[in-house]
Design a protein around this ligand. Sequence first.
Ligand code: FER
Length: 254
Amino acid sequence: METKEFYINDDGIRLHAKLDFPSGEKPSFPLAIIIHGFTGHMEERHITAVAETFRECGCATLRAEMYGHGKSDGEFRRHTLLKWINNALAVIRYAKDLDFVTDLYLCGHSQGGLLTMLAGAIEQDVLKAIIPLSPAWMIPEEARSGQILGVSFDCDHIPRELKRPDGLSLDGDYIRVARMIRAEDAIRCFGKPVLIVHGTEDEAVPVSYAYKAADLYSHAELVIIEGDTHCYDRHLEQVTSAVRDFMLRQLSSS
Ligand code: FER
């Protein structure tokens, strides 16, 4: 079946989305929502590979791009985690209303993995399981500690703009929002199954956060990929096989 490309309306903000169907003639199937990370988009190699894996398991996939990313509305420097949470809720609302959907799954990479933890907690009654990949849940802690993106700032005087030496720039509101988020609370209240995948050579998110999250979740499985990076440059096939293995077990229990 062909890809359906469209926009999901989040109260006037257009979020670029692609819906892809699994092969076969079934009238209904589970749906996996998949979200990219900070500066990412839906066509990144690891995002398309994970989406394909969900489809091989018999799920439809809905890849969506969040505020300020990919072909969605909004300027990159003006995105915040609150905007992303609202975006994710709009995408989940859209997915819930699709008539072919049986169970819903939420998967995201890095900042999209943190979003998966946060939106997952909000929507835990409608989600069957969540799959945070290398979730960047150190971002709120970094924002509280006065260093983000490797750039230091004064916590008592949040800058109007945070600029990385390479030119990447973020509004101060990114920090203001990030530092009020308590990812631990979202983790602790989520009682459904969770799969966390993380590489030991992750240069953006310390792998220690994967161990800590798996410990705090009541039903988490943790797959550590020895020697792999933040975007799985070395062992992407181990990431997809972890997702496949987890999903086949979820689907056989539904
Ligand atoms: C940071 C480290 C990592 C940060 C964001 C990330 C905004 C996110 C990475 C990703 O989503 O790939 O300090 O600050």
